[in-house]
Unconditional design. Structure first.
Length: 450
C-alpha cells in the first residue's frame, strides 16, 4: 500500500517537531553559555582594570625616606582606597608586598582578587556562579619611566599644552615602518596605544585631540571640547576637569605621581672642538658649518639632501632647515651605532624630513640640547616636516605645529602641540633615566566553578 504525499509530509513535519523539542535544551544551553561567557569576560576586564589602577596607585605611594613597614602600610591603604572608589570592596581581594632587602623599601605590590558573580542563564547547565580570579602586580624599577608597559612618548617638565587636531600613538620600528592598522573612537587609524604623555606640571588639552595611551601628570589636567579623547587612563597629582566621554580608561586625581627629575644635558669635554662635522656633505652651506657650526641649507641645483654619516658625533650651534630639505644618515646605522648630535642652539625643521630614507628609525639618531639657559634654544617642527629622532631637551621649549610629525620621542621643559600634528612614539627606544617604571607583570583568567 502506497502512502499519500500528504501523509508523508505530515510524518516529516512530526519528525521535525520532535527534533526541535529534543534539540531545544541544547540550543538554549549554548545561547545561555555564550551570553554568560561574554558577561564573564567583560566583568573580568573591568575587575582587572580596577586591580591594575589600584596597585599602580599603591606602588606610587612608596617613599624611600620611610621604612619598609611604613611603606607597606601606605601601599595597602592607598590600594584599598582606590579600589573602593572604583567599586571593589576590600573583602574581595588581598594585598601583598615584597621587600627590597638592599634598601628596606617596598619593591613590588600585588593585588589578588577573587570575585564570585552569579550567572544569568547557565543555571540550566548546573553552573550558577563564576569565580573571577585575577592578579595585578606592580614594581618600582629605578632608572626608567613609563606606565602599564607603555613608553614615554612626550614629557614636559613644566607644561604640556595641546591645542587642535593633535594625534599621538605608538609603533615599534623593530616590526617595520609605521603602519596604522587599528581604528580609534573617532574613526582615525592608529598603530598601537602604548604612548604615555607625562609631565611634572599641568596639562591643558583642547580641541580634537587623539591620545592613544595614558596621560600621567604631576599637577592638574584640563581637557576641554567634546570631540577629543584619551584612549587610556588619566592619572594626576591634582584635579581632572574633563568630559566623561573623553577618557576611555580610569581617571584618578590626587594620584601621587613620582616627580621625574631629568638628568641635566651636558656637553662632553672636547666635542665642541673635536667632532665629525667635517663629514657632513650635500645640500648645505659648508662655509657656515665650518666657521659657525651651523647646519643650514645650501643653494644652487642638485638634490636637496644633506648626508650625515651614521655613528658619528656632531656639535651644532644651529639647525635651520625651512624648506623641502631631506637629511639622511648614510652607511649602516645598525652597524655604525647611534648618531649623536649635541645641539647648542635652536632647531627649526619646516618641511622636508630629518633622518629620512627608506627605513628611518628614531633609535638611530639622538639629538641632545645642551643649551643651559631655559627656553633660549627652542626646538620647532612644522610645515609638514617630519623628524625621526629621540630628542632630549630638558631645558628647552618644544613646539610641534603646522602639520609637523615626530617619529620617536621628545623630552622638553615645555611642550606646545598645535594644529594638525602627530607624534608616533617608537617603542624600540630605550627607557629614559631618572624616573620610575610601574608595570603590570601578571594576571589570571577567569574560571567557572559549580
Amino acid at each position: 500500500m502506497r502512502s499519500s504525499p500528504g501523509a508523508i509530509a505530515r510524518c516529516r513535519s512530526g519528525i521535525t517537531v520532535v527534533l526541535l523539542v529534543l534539540l531545544m535544551p541544547v540550543v538554549l544551553g549554548l545561547v545561555a553559555l555564550s551570553v554568560d561567557v561574554g558577561y564573564l569576560y567583560t566583568s573580568k576586564g573591568r575587575l582587572q582594570s580596577v586591580a591594575d589602577v589600584a596597585v599602580l596607585t599603591g606602588i606610587a605611594a612608596v617613599d624611600e625616606t620611610k621604612t619598609y613597614t611604613q611603606e607597606d602600610a601606605q601601599v595597602r591603604t592607598r590600594i584599598s582606597q582606590t579600589a573602593a572608589v572604583n567599586g571593589l570592596s576590600s573583602s574581595f581581594f588581598s594585598v601583598s608586598t615584597i621587600k627590597n632587602p638592599g634598601t628596606d623599601d617596598v619593591l613590588l605590590a600585588r593585588v589578588t582578587a577573587n570575585y564570585r558573580t552569579p550567572l544569568f542563564f547557565s543555571g540550566f547547565l548546573g553552573v550558577r556562579e563564576a569565580n573571577l580570579g585575577i592578579v595585578a602586580s606592580a614594581e618600582v624599577i629605578p632608572g626608567q619611566i613609563g606606565y602599564k608597559g607603555g613608553g614615554l612618548a612626550l614629557f614636559g617638565d613644566l607644561l604640556v599644552d595641546a591645542n587642535g587636531n593633535v594625534f599621538i600613538d605608538s609603533f615599534d620600528s623593530r616590526d617595520g615602518n609605521y603602519n596604522p592598522i587599528n581604528t580609534g573612537p573617532d574613526g582615525r587609524p592608529y598603530a598601537k596605544a602604548n604612548a604615555t604623555v607625562g609631565g611634572n606640571g599641568d596639562a591643558d588639552v583642547n580641541g580634537d585631540i587623539s591620545f592613544h595611551g595614558d596621560l600621567v601628570i604631576g599637577d592638574d589636567v584640563e581637557i576641554t571640547g567634546t570631540s577629543g579623547y584619551v584612549l587610556g587612563s588619566v592619572l594626576c597629582g591634582g584635579s581632572i576637569d574633563a568630559p566623561p566621554s573623553s577618557i576611555s580608561g580610569f581617571r584618578v586625581g590626587g594620584f601621587p605621581v613620582p616627580a621625574f627629575n631629568p638628568t641635566p644635558a651636558t656637553l662632553p669635554a672636547g666635542v665642541a672642538s673635536s667632532n665629525d662635522n667635517w663629514r657632513i656633505t650635500g645640500y648645505l652651506d659648508s662655509a657656515r658649518l665650518a666657521s659657525s657650526q651651523e647646519l643650514v641649507k645650501g643653494s644652487g641645483g642638485g638634490p636637496k639632501i644633506i648626508y650625515i654619516p651614521a655613528g658619528g658625533t656632531y656639535y651644532l650651534r644651529l639647525i635651520d632647515l625651512q624648506s623641502d630639505i631631506q637629511v639622511q644618515l648614510t652607511g649602516d646605522p645598525s652597524a655604525e651605532g647611534e648618531t649623536l648630535i649635541y645641539l647648542d642652539g635652536p632647531m627649526t625643521v619646516l618641511g622636508g624630513v630629518f633622518n629620512g630614507g627608506s627605513s628611518p628609525k628614531a633609535a638611530d639618531l639622538r639629538i641632545v640640547s645642551v643649551a643651559s639657559t631655559p627656553d633660549s634654544a627652542p626646538i620647532k617642527i612644522g610645515g609638514s616636516g617630519g623628524v625621526y629622532a629621540d630628542i632630549y631637551a630638558p631645558s628647552q621649549r618644544f613646539t610641534l605645529a603646522g602639520g609637523g610629525v615626530l617619529y620617536g620621542r621628545i623630552f622638553g621643559r615645555k611642550l606646545d602641540l598645535q594644529g594638525n600634528t602627530a607624534v608616533h612614539y617608537d617603542e624600540a627606544l630605550l627607557p629614559i633615566e631618572g624616573g620610575v617604571l610601574v608595570a603590570r607583570v601578571a594576571r589570571r583568567s577567569p574560571h567557572l566553578v559549580q
